[in-house]
Design a protein around this ligand. Sequence first.
Ligand SMILES: [Zn+2]
Length: 100
Amino acid sequence: MPAKPNASEEEYFARQEAERRRKLAEERQGKLLAEERERERALHSMKCPKCGMQLEEIAFGDVRVDKCFSCEGIWLDKGELEVIRQKEGSFMGRLLNVFR
Ligand SMILES: [Zn+2]
């Protein structure tokens, strides 16, 4: 029969167990957050941030604008505004002509 653990051993093992449980809880929380992020991404991907309707991707040269035909909003991805800025001055006018 094993010897009865003394008080400091009991404290040590309890602390070990608490630490193990804390790590498991953190892993569960991280997994839930990742799942929630994925759900949110799937729910909002290619949806208009203004009215919530489906966005349509329209390619114009090397710029792909996301267009909402419900509220008429036009959305740009990261870097696309810089691409437009570097193009000749009439580019924005020609882009907007696509939706006239
Ligand atoms: Zn919209």
